[in-house]
Design a protein around this ligand. Sequence first.
Ligand SMILES: [Zn+2]
Length: 112
Amino acid sequence: MNYDDINITEKKQFFLDSVAKFCDKCGGPYSVDDVKILQDTKTSAIIHFSCHICKSKHIASFVAKYGISSRVPINTDLEVDEVQKFSKKKVLSLQNILDLYIGIKDKTKITI
Ligand SMILES: [Zn+2]
């Protein structure tokens, strides 16, 4: 284990201690492996909690300056890597929406 690994594990433990120790849904205890840090700056962090017991997912934000955090459940089948990927995207362009509209306008049924 190198220094960076220790550092990340310590950070995860910090977020476990200060943001959430237990799953909101089933009450099971989170482990360090359930925590994924999506974004971490000096002032704030976004943390993804994924319960290893009931598989429910939560996203939390943490404001370091005030030591406050908020947590919301996310109802999604996105995996944490996908959340990370899409959170880096900028806004949709009008062309994206137009492309989607053209793609689906003649369909009578859409399966997602
Ligand atoms: Zn749970």
